[in-house]
Ligand binder design. Sequence first.
Ligand code: NIG
Ligand code: FE
Length: 413
Amino acid sequence: MTADASRATPGAAPSRVWRHARLATFQAGTPWGWIEDGALVTSAERITWVGPDRELPAALAAADETDLHGALVTPGLVDAHTHLVYGGDRAAEFEQRLQGATYEEIARAGGGIRSTVAATRAASDEALFAAAAQRARVLMAEGVTTLEVKSGYGLAEDHEARCLAAARRLAHELPLEVRTTSLAAHALPPEFTGRPDEYIDAACGWLAGQHAAGLVDAVDAFCDTIGFTPAQTQRIFAAARQLGLPVKLHAEQLSDQGGAALAARHGALSCDHLEHLSPDGITAMAAAGTVAVLLPGAYYYLRETRLPPVAALREAGVPMAIATDHNPGSSPALSLVLMLNMACTLFRLTPEEAWRGVTVHAARALGLSDRGRLAAGLRADFAVWDATHPRELAYRFGHAPCRQVVFGGMPRA
Ligand code: NIG
Ligand code: FE
């Protein structure tokens, strides 16, 4: 038996066997965690055995079997950073930017995030949910099985709660796991103009209620010149940590505010964007085990020219994740597979780094250790692709040949 193979618990009844797959397990130790002719056994929502097909124990081979004839199997994809719940769109703003206005100028003039806030507040609960569900289905069709969804377009206690509830409802109605993040500190709502500290006081106060209602898994903030200061971010983090909620941060996207180091001091799960990340920020993230979530969609769409410090992150051993950052303003992207290609072409990640970034490291950015790899004991979330190697999916773009997705051991219809 190889190091990748592991036995089922004696007596456990396997419900399904998947045979003759090319497996990218993303187990540590070997490139891609590769198994050329592999088999995978699932029981209920867990994987119970993974290894070379020839080592499949005879007792397990007798169960309900699917021959994949050499198709590629990867873990289900994890999109660790989205703003999926919002009203309206920003297509007109896209035109404005093409005529020369910058993202920051539009934001300062009351457009940008604030215009989405107005559309979100005007949308019914049902409309918010339906639009988010439609977007989620597009991501799911390309192998996404776990999705993070942030609030941050309500910016009032009731509207933030409505957005978080819509995100929770996605997981009830779709074969999908959703992790919710409270991002009340995304932008200053119009009714608090000139009073950002009072807004932060209010937003800190909403957290306990969101937490008690089971609406929130983590807390985020936008620490930047058009967002909130490090001192204001620090207050949000303190309120989150007091409730035992993990934190993450939109850090160093447009400028270096020292946000990554601040977040790392609060044990942040992740710091996201990071184009302006400093060497001190990298050191702090490495020491805290904080994941760097890189967002090539936003970098591309805002036509940024400053790259995140990928080589230094790699050198420091900071795990890198890749996400869509789906939102109406800076990244209206609905393909995590496309982000693989963009992470390689724009950020110079290797295809394997990009893939680890949408699987094992993305799961870690959400604090989840039960997915993102194919191994016994983990969730049976995986995707079957019409491909022979995962590098093919990073190499092409505009084409994501996902044949089937299995979520919690159940093939999705
Ligand atoms: O992740 N940076 C802040 N928030 C979003 C953009 C939000 C928007 O423009 O609506 C982001 O890029
Ligand atoms: Fe974002």
